[in-house]
Design a protein. Structure first.
Length: 132
């Protein structure tokens, strides 16, 4: 017999336990979870493709999100990623600054729009200044 905190006598607690029988399987394991198809490998993402532009290379100056630093962005260059990186390296050398090429856009540190327009026009691109 059990007693409560106040001293009253309590009835014995009964455990309500029921056991379910699981039919034995060949490998003597119970199935816990099944998707019905086995292990499903996630689909591999398709390589990101840049949309085809209108053939005009646009040069703009940006400062937003860069702590006040000015960056010249060049977009719309119809080149593959490797050739775009090579062009970015050449333009960085001509400007004497750093930069990067990512997501189809070349970013050159500083305001070098005039020089970049001249260099890209010499290479045969149709160039426009975008923005203010």
């Amino acid at each position: 017999m059990r007693r409560s905190a106040t001293g009253a006598t309590l009835a014995p607690a009964r455990a309500l336990v029921s056991f379910a029988r699981v039919a034995p399987r060949d490998d003597d394991h119970r199935l816990v979870y099944s998707s019905g198809r086995g292990r499903i490998r996630p689909a591999e993402p398709e390589p990101r493709r840049r949309p085809r532009g209108d053939g005009i290379v646009r040069i703009r100056r940006e400062t937003q999100g860069r702590g006040g630093k000015t960056v010249t962005c060049i977009s719309g260059v119809p080149l593959a990623d490797d050739a775009l990186s090579a062009l970015a390296s050449e333009l960085k050398r001509r400007c004497g600054t750093g930069g990067t090429a990512k997501d189809g856009v070349i970013e050159i540190q500083g305001d070098h729009r005039d020089l970049l327009v001249a260099v890209l026009e010499q290479r045969g691109y149709t160039v426009k200044r975008a923005g203010g």
